[in-house]
Design a binder for this molecule. Structure first.
Ligand code: C2G
Length: 130
């Protein structure tokens, strides 16, 4: 069983997120999401529109997702890879080459997938004046 892990906030879930999850899941047999907690986001100066619980509930209903775990720190990723026996970490291309992920290459595959153009949580919030 090939296990895939990805991270994100996934706020105002949209088709760009779904296409990332679909492609990530297609790389293996089991997809885990490390979902940013509200506290972790606060540390990044980000505030999601939907709470962690709501974002988790929505992601758990997506057919490509097998497990959602909390992302509480930047440093937990290696622990997650080891604890969940992850074969591949997948992130969107905006993270390509990032120190936050490159070091994991000593322990698993790290794959960056192209982002879906024309949609983002920020764009949605701006257009809806949120
Ligand atoms: N994404 C995408 N296409 C978009 C928007 C997002 O492929 N149009 C991808 C991002 O590249 C990311 C995932 O969907 O891989 C989740 O997006 P965000 O919630 O914006 O994730 P981010 O805020 O980058 O959090 O520790 C890493 C962070 O938790 C990542």
């Amino acid at each position: 069983m090939k296990r895939i892990l990805t991270y994100g906030t996934f706020d105002l879930l949209h088709y760009g997120h779904i296409r990332l999850l679909k492609r990530a899941r297609a790389l293996g047999d089991y997809l885990i999401i490390g979902l940013s907690t509200d506290e972790f986001n606060a540390g990044k100066g980000k505030k999601a529109y939907h709470s962690f619980e709501s974002r988790k509930e929505m992601l758990e209903s997506v057919r490509y997702v097998d497990l959602v775990i909390p992302e509480e720190t930047w440093e937990q990723k290696l622990d997650d890879v080891l604890e969940y026996r992850v074969d591949t970490v997948v992130m969107g291309g905006d993270w390509a080459g990032s120190d936050r992920f490159e070091y994991l290459k000593d322990y698993c595959e790290v794959v960056y997938l192209d982002r879906t153009e024309g949609v983002s949580t920020t764009l949605i919030r701006e257009e809806l004046g949120m």
